[in-house]
Design a protein around this ligand. Structure first.
Ligand SMILES: Cc1cc2nc3c(=O)[nH]c(=O)nc-3n(C[C@H](O)[C@H](O)[C@H](O)COP(=O)(O)OP(=O)(O)OC[C@H]3O[C@@H](n4cnc5c(N)ncnc54)[C@H](O)[C@@H]3O)c2cc1C
Length: 342
């Protein structure tokens, strides 16, 4: 009864929002709609409004394997059967207490154990703010160390996702400490975002270190002081960084490049570079998000390249889901249409 009332309120709100969103799009273009959605992805009031409705979950579940670890493992098994690897992410970010961070850490350890027992081909991606980055960087370090140790024990790997630009130095610092000082080596990896001006220098350093790196465009709202405001510049930088990661020197140092994008132009540029410079297909991989461009994932595998699918699961899906809407505003219309079809 209470949920029906909330849904009615949301429906009314959306009814009022549709013309305003249309006007926004007409006046300011997609960039502003993206900025609005990225703001909503962090707004607590919007999260409360949307995340408790079953209708919203129905649409969000297009991008999410389910709420339980068993559903994530079953999805990874299906992805493996289609010739692809997986990286599984227990959803959650920006926790407010050490207890919440410890809860996430224990769930991630359980996930590593389930991967080990089930035998699926999957590693694990984690968000720094889920393990305590915003509370105390040392708490993140301690939690990550426990998680990476379990990954090493179960012959697996942890990918440390990258969040807002203000966290890059701390995240890379902790990643290097785990990799070098604690000796976890390739059991831990990092992510670089092509929209940041600093990323060329970061990739150069990581290439010299022979690191295991995922390159993506970047999913957060960043000011022009630190990130390219125009998509064309981010795209050009992405291709430039892929070439650095696939260079003979980087590969001789042991770098393994993960090219995370759904953008056909980025994928074609990567393949063209690999073919022209005789880069073996097994020295890099493509990565895509679960629920996005499935047919392209299959096409890449059929061409003989490696593909890894990022599979999120859990109940804290709101922020992840709204970032997916921001990346492709057409998803928003799909979301609204489903609301009214229900
Ligand atoms: C495996 C993986 C891991 C990632 N990890 C991080 C991370 O750690 N930190 C971070 O900041 N970002 C991360 N991202 C997100 C990334 O930064 C981009 O926001 C996202 O991938 C969209 O950029 P794109 O390269 O696909 O190119 P875009 O230019 O945004 O999209 C190209 C085309 O792909 C399709 N597409 C893209 N997004 C969607 C969508 N949501 N729904 C439907 N179609 C879509 C559309 O057809 C679009 O035209 C990750 C992405 C992937 C694939």
């Amino acid at each position: 009864m209470k949920e029906m009332k909330t849904q009615k309120k949301i429906t009314l709100l959306l009814l009022m929002m549709i013309p305003s969103l249309g006007l926004l799009l007409y006046w300011f273009g997609e960039r502003w709609l993206r900025a609005l959605l990225l703001y909503l992805s962090t707004a607590v009031w919007a999260q409360r409004l949307v995340s408790h409705t079953s209708l919203a979950w129905r649409v969000a579940s297009r991008f999410i394997a389910g709420e339980t670890v068993d559903e994530a493992i079953a999805t990874a098994r299906a992805v493996n059967a289609a010739g692809m690897s997986a990286t599984i992410n227990y959803l959650g970010e920006h926790v407010h207490s050490p207890q919440e961070a410890a809860y996430a850490r224990e769930e991630i350890i359980r996930l590593l154990d389930c991967i080990h027992q089930s035998g699926v081909d999957a590693n694990v991606s984690v968000k720094p703010s889920q393990l305590g980055l915003n509370i105390d960087p040392h708490l993140l370090y301690e939690n990550l160390r426990i998680v990476v140790r379990r990954a090493q024990q179960t012959n697996n790997r942890i990918r440390v996702d990258m969040e807002e630009s203000s966290t890059v130095d701390t995240t890379l610092g902790i990643y290097r400490r785990l990799r070098d000082e604690d000796g976890f080596g390739h059991h831990v990896g990092s992510v670089i975002q092509a929209y940041l001006y600093r990323s060329e220098a970061d990739i150069a350093k990581l290439a010299a270190e022979g690191a295991w790196v995922r390159l993506c465009k970047g999913a957060y709202a960043e000011p022009p002081e630190v990130a390219f405001p125009h998509k064309a510049d981010t795209d050009a930088n992405f291709i430039h960084l892929v070439r650095l990661m696939l260079s003979d020197e980087a590969r001789q140092n042991g770098m393994y490049a993960c090219v995370a994008t759904h953008d056909e132009a980025m994928i074609q540029a990567t393949i063209a570079h690999a073919q022209t410079h005789q880069v073996p297909a097994e020295s890099f991989e493509f990565q895509m998000l679960y629920g996005i461009r499935r047919e392209m994932q299959e096409k890449i595998v059929a061409q003989g390249y490696r593909m890894r699918v990022y599979i999120p699961y859990g109940t804290a899906w709101y922020a992840y889901f709204v970032r997916r809407l921001a990346e492709r505003p057409a998803n928003l219309w799909f979301f609204i249409a489903n609301f009214f079809r229900a």
